[in-house]
Structure formats: C-alpha cells, structure tokens
Design a protein around this ligand. Structure first.
Ligand SMILES: [Zn+2]
Length: 194
C-alpha cells in the first residue's frame, strides 16, 4: 500500500514541521524578551541610594502625605485606597506610616543582593525579597507598613479598601488584591511561592 505509506510519511513530515516552527518561535520570543530587558544596575552601598530611588533608611518611615517618590510614585489606585483606609483608621488613633513604598529597580536589586548575602542563596533570599525586575514595589503596587498597630488595623479592616497582606511571613507588606466583595486571596507562604 504505497499510497498510505506516502500519506503517513507526509503527515509525519508536516507534524515535524509544525513542531519545529513552534520550537523556533518559542526560542526567538524568549531571546527577544531577554535582549529587550535592560540589565539591572547593582548598587554596592546604600550611600549610593537616595530619595529618588524611593530609599527610606532602615528604621525610618514616611507619612502618606509626604512628597517623596516612595509615596508619590505609588499607583493612584493604591494611594487612594491607603488614604481612605488611613482616614478611617485615624478614628481609632491609628496612624499609617510606611517603611517602604515605590522603589527604583536598583534599590530593589540592592535589597535582593543584600538578602542573598544574609540568607546564603538566591532561593532563600527570594523567600523575603524579590529581585529587581520582579517586585511589586518597583511597580508602585505595594507598601510596607511601619507600625504594628497599623498592620493590625489593616489585617482586620484593610480588605474593605481592597488592601491585603499577601505573604504569611510579611505582616507589613500590603497590596491591592481584594475581590469586588472585599475578600483577600489566601496568603502565600512567602515570596518564593508567588
Ligand atoms: Zn513589601
């Protein structure tokens, strides 16, 4: 049955062609993605960071009303949610201050590089700090709350404003993540899970 054999061979050849094309497309897409992304700058010392990086020194914090890039470069939806939540929390004498908000990519990378030294490996560091190109802080979509009473308030009432604790090991880190009914998603164990 030469005709069937020919047909089968042709089908196999066509399939191979499709698979090869798919593989090539995948390769060229990821290669293009890699060349398009600019390299992340590595900063060796906090002395090289300033307010324009969203840098807030350890132990310091800023108010939501401060005119600093850490606050002003947060996405408007997050800022407005924080402002509304803060106004409500003020009735209970709880004041929101933030230890970190928007960060430049090189500031985030500095934190990540420091975490790799502290925890001994990139995988362990990723449980606590995202690399420079992956952080919600760099996108202005996350804040780290500075005080325990404000964290506690947000954990109880933040979802009404869309604000959720994302990682079980980061009681201070909040993002806009609640659904339309005001329910937060299940917390991830740590940064490496997300
Ligand atoms: Zn955070």
């Amino acid at each position: 049955m030469p005709l069937r054999a020919f047909s089968a061979a042709r089908t196999a050849a066509a399939l191979l062609l499709v698979l090869t094309a798919a593989a090539l497309t995948g390769c060229s897409a990821s290669a293009a993605g890699q060349t398009a992304a600019p390299p992340v700058e590595h900063v060796s010392s906090a002395d090289q960071l300033g307010p324009d990086d969203g840098y807030i020194p350890d132990g310091e914090s800023v108010a939501l009303t401060d005119d600093v890039p850490a606050v002003t470069r947060l996405v408007p939806r997050l800022r407005s949610a924080l402002d509304r939540a803060a106004a409500s929390a003020a009735h209970r004498d709880v004041t929101f201050t933030i230890a970190d908000g928007w960060r430049s990519e090189r500031y985030q990378q500095y934190l990540f590089d420091r975490a790799v030294v502290k925890y001994g490996s990139t995988s362990e560091a990723e449980r606590w700090v995202k690399p420079g190109d992956q952080s919600k802080h760099v996108r202005g979509e996350a804040v780290d709350i500075a005080t325990a009473d404000a964290m506690d308030w947000l954990n109880r009432f933040g979802a009404e404003y869309g604000l959720c604790q994302i990682y079980a090991n980061e009681a201070w880190h909040f993002e806009l993540a609640a659904d339309a009914d005001g329910n937060c998603p299940a917390q991830l164990t740590d940064g490496s899970a997300g």
